[in-house]
Design a protein around this ligand. Sequence first.
Ligand SMILES: *[C@@H]1O[C@H](CO)[C@@H](O)[C@H](O)[C@H]1NC(C)=O
Ligand SMILES: *[C@@H]1O[C@H](CO)[C@@H](O)[C@H](O)[C@H]1NC(C)=O
Ligand SMILES: *[C@@H]1O[C@H](CO)[C@@H](O)[C@H](O)[C@H]1NC(C)=O
Ligand SMILES: *[C@@H]1O[C@H](CO)[C@@H](O)[C@H](O)[C@H]1NC(C)=O
Length: 220
Amino acid sequence: MFSNLLAGLLFGTLSVRGAALSVAFVNPALGGGSMLDLAAPPLGEPLNVIISGLSSPAVLTDAGVLNFAQAIGFSTECLGIHIGAPQSANLGDGNGSVNQTVELRQDFGNSALGTCLESLIGGNHFRVFRQNGPSANTGALFLAVSKEEDAEENHTIVPDGYDVGRNEFVASAVGTTSNNGVTYSTVAQNISGLLPVGTAGINHDIAIDGIVTLLTVTIQ
Ligand SMILES: *[C@@H]1O[C@H](CO)[C@@H](O)[C@H](O)[C@H]1NC(C)=O
Ligand SMILES: *[C@@H]1O[C@H](CO)[C@@H](O)[C@H](O)[C@H]1NC(C)=O
Ligand SMILES: *[C@@H]1O[C@H](CO)[C@@H](O)[C@H](O)[C@H]1NC(C)=O
Ligand SMILES: *[C@@H]1O[C@H](CO)[C@@H](O)[C@H](O)[C@H]1NC(C)=O
């Protein structure tokens, strides 16, 4: 696991205004941003998974992340029905707070209807934020991953839902996966020190372990 200092040195110190950066990501805190999104300000949900800016570029586009998500069992939201407002985040890249790019839900093995099932019975979901502003244009995708209760529980997060959601997401992502003829090879690396540990500032008063998992996704 990386220490805060090491993560800062490896991932956080390069910043060339405007130009695309070849780094995994830049720590949002260095640009006045946060690893917590703005779910219910001042409370937020942890951006607990990062898809590295050093992944294959095609993975980091909207269509690319959707295809990858489908490869690991996620799909777009049930028939376009969106439960709850979009959340925003400030990734410290000079864009300030921006709305999530997309929200994806676990599809339970059927990408057409599975997400409807997820809406009814609960499951894993995530929101995507892209770090592409002028002062930290890494292209990295920051994901707020959590596991939810079912609709009757009003889509609240399960106990430990942030850490559990992250671990399940990462478990389905690592190794070799494929969808629509694209094969991915994914490796994971845990980083501590970017997120706080415990419940301070966290939406729904759910404690987190403070770990962010960095995924590097390479198209074979
Ligand atoms: C974010 O989404 C909200 C709700 O849909 C909308 O009112 C707001 O204008 C959006 N903000 C940006 C910067 O697009
Ligand atoms: C961030 O800013 C860049 C331009 O500097 C723009 O191309 C991009 O769309 C912005 N990102 C979001 C999510 O608004
Ligand atoms: C869900 O929301 C409804 C309407 O706001 C409320 O009446 C109900 O008690 C909530 N259910 C739970 C389990 O929180
Ligand atoms: C990251 O941390 C989680 C939680 O402790 C653990 O389950 C997982 O195996 C770790 N992954 C890696 C790649 O170290």
